[in-house]
Design a protein around this ligand. Structure first.
Ligand code: PLP
Length: 376
């Protein structure tokens, strides 16, 4: 039997809660399950205000709208990320300034930030790659000095920490994803906007509700509601929130199992990494590991291609990840020409191994044995 790269996990309660949502008679968004999910995040992590969205991309788009950018305002984003990180800001008329990754891991290199800041810079968007924290103290210090907003792309970073502080709770705003490839899912697609800065709370609710102040009306704060601002339809239906609720109830168990698998990969692959055949993932001292991903970096593109092929021949699906956004078909001619060598290196050499809840320790042992034969 082939080992896939990813497989969404079912806790067993999803269908039950979805059934309940349907028979509650409230199918649209912002019902009982949506509120339960939002309260879970606000309670467990101390996030000021949480709003469920239909995707992580949508949550990023809400962040970008909340930043109130003017055409030509600049937003600093790592080039080694998913398209949505950049797209959300580009749609608001921003100019995206791509930053390089660190040498040690794919996260944005905070040391290069100062050199990228101009009088037009408004926002920095750190992406916590593989759920491993960016150096948030360094990033927040630069942001404060230049009066910039920080939007965390925490799409992969559920239940992960920076110096004990939950990711998604440090920047002014943050976005999580519950796509089926993430640690927990809202039934395929889903996301969460986190508002940490009080200034954005009211407007976030309005944008979420198609530019209306309906949320205030439902709370009895105003006696009628109407069109007061920009907005769109960002709420997921209740059946998606119900699915997510089943996953949230089992979050600790899901995280524990993923961490065990991750740890086993690390132990078994360490001897090969010590022989210089590849590098293991880097978790800085300030960062926790939420076991979103297990990746290796190979010496070059050819050795990576050979390893992926070798694994495929043995029915194991391993996949590379992002292509540098600064040299993408859509953005290459808009990029300012700066070289981003660390980003390009990760684009060429990083490979992700199978990682999902239903993977067994025996599967991991088998995969590591096949890797050993492939790189020897
Ligand atoms: C998954 C992901 C997104 C997009 O989330 P969706 O829910 O798929 O829209 C954005 N940024 C990063 C870093 C991601 O990993």
């Amino acid at each position: 039997m082939a080992i896939p790269f990813n497989k969404p996990h079912l806790t067993g309660k999803e269908a039950h809660y979805m059934y309940q949502a349907v028979y509650n008679g409230k199918l649209s968004g912002n019902g009982e399950f949506t509120k339960k999910c939002q309260s879970f995040f606000e309670g467990r992590y101390g996030f000021r205000k949480c709003l469920l969205t239909t995707s992580g991309t949508d949550a990023l788009e809400m962040c970008a709208m909340l930043c109130e950018l003017q055409r030509g305002d600049e937003v600093i984003i790592p080039s080694y990320t998913f398209v949505s990180t950049a797209l959300a800001f580009l749609r608001e008329g921003a100019k995206v300034v791509f930053a390089d990754s660190m040498k040690r891991n794919p996260n944005l290199d905070a040391e290069t930030l100062e050199s990228l800041i101009t009088p037009r810079t408004r926002v920095i968007v750190p992406v916590h790659y593989a759920g491993v924290a960016c150096d948030m103290d360094a990033i927040m210090t630069v942001a404060k000095k230049h009066n910039l907003l920080v939007v965390e792309d925490a799409a992969q970073a559920v239940d992960s920490y920076y110096k004990g502080r939950p990711l998604g709770g440090i920047g002014h705003l943050a976005a999580f994803s519950f796509h089926e490839t993430k640690n927990i899912t809202a039934g395929g697609e889903g996301g969460l906007l986190v508002v940490n800065d009080e200034r954005f709370v009211r407007r976030a609710e309005i944008i979420w509700e198609k530019g209306t102040n309906r949320a205030e009306f439902f709370r009895g704060e105003v006696n009628k509601y109407g069109w007061v601002d920009m907005g769109s339809s960002f709420l997921p239906a209740e059946i998606n929130a119900a699915f997510l609720w089943a996953q949230l109830e089992n979050l600790d168990e899901i995280q524990d199992k993923r961490k065990q698998l991750w740890q086993r990969y690390y132990e078994l692959l360490q001897p090969l990494s010590e022989r210089g055949l590849f590098c293991l993932p880097d978790i800085p001292k300030y960062a926790s590991n939420n076991a979103h991903m297990f990746y290796l970096t190979l010496p070059d593109l050819d050795t990576r291609t050979a390893l992926i092929r070798h694994l495929k021949e043995n029915d194991i699906l391993a996949v590379f990840h992002y292509l540098s956004l600064h040299s993408s078909a859509y953005y290459a001619d808009k990029h300012d020409g700066r070289e981003l060598p660390n980003c390009d290196r990760y684009a060429d050499t990083l490979v992700r191994l199978p990682m999902y809840y239903d993977l067994s320790i025996e599967d991991v042992e088998h995969i590591c044995k096949v890797i050993g034969e492939g790189v020897a």
